[in-house]
Each structure stands twice: as structure tokens, then as C-alpha cells.
Design a binder for this molecule. Structure first.
Ligand SMILES: [Zn+2]
Length: 110
């Protein structure tokens, strides 16, 4: 499918041709168009939608149960988080890195 940003877009403020740039926000790469004339920016609608989805997931607080499995404890990671990451990365690796970040906090790196 043809991408919206493959077209020539003129800045609404100064009629200058906008150029493809990439914006970084919270680990997200947002495809964008930038104007050299007036620093106007447009984020790709699809990337903006995904970023907003991430923001609403991020606000959620999940309460999950610690279960004893074999000789370890297991927690369930809510499916909507994995589904979202799968959409972004195409597939999430089954091996994740876990570290005891600080007292009272464990982090997982996908
Ligand atoms: Zn402009």
C-alpha cells in the first residue's frame, strides 16, 4: 500500500516542501514530516495512533498474582501488553531479561 508520506506535502504555514524526519519519543520511532521554514511538524497518523495506544496502556496498573511454579514464582503478563509489543516488533522473543532493578522492583527487558 502506498504510504501517505510518499507524497509531496507542503507546510500549511509557509508553503515549503516538508521533508521526512524521525522523531523519538519514549523509545518510539515516529515517522514525521518537518518544515525547514518554520519548524512545523506532522507525525504520521498511523504512528501517532500507536503511540497514543501505548500511552493509554502505560497508564494502566495491572494487579497480577504471584504463583509458585516448580521452584520459582511466576506472574502473568497481561495479554494486551504482549499483543501490543507483537504488533510493534512483529514477534516478541520468548526469552526475556529479568533484573532486580532496585528493592521492591523487578524489571523485564523484551
Ligand atoms: Zn513551514
Amino acid at each position: 500500500m502506498e504510504d501517505l508520506f510518499d507524497n509531496t506535502v507542503l507546510c500549511k504555514n509557509c508553503d515549503t516542501k516538508m521533508l521526512k524526519i524521525s522523531l523519538q519519543k519514549n523509545g518510539f520511532n515516529l515517522r514525521s514530516l518537518g518544515c525547514n521554514g518554520c519548524s512545523n511538524k506532522i507525525i504520521h497518523p498511523q504512528d501517532l495512533k500507536e503511540y497514543e495506544e501505548f500511552q493509554s496502556l502505560k497508564k494502566k496498573n495491572f494487579r497480577v498474582k504471584l504463583r509458585f511454579v516448580g521452584n520459582s514464582y511466576a506472574v502473568s503478563i497481561p495479554r494486551e501488553i504482549i499483543d501490543f509489543m507483537n504488533e510493534q516488533e512483529k514477534s516478541v522473543n520468548e526469552m526475556v531479561d529479568l533484573s532486580f532493578e532496585e528493592f521492591g522492583r523487578i524489571s523485564l527487558h523484551f
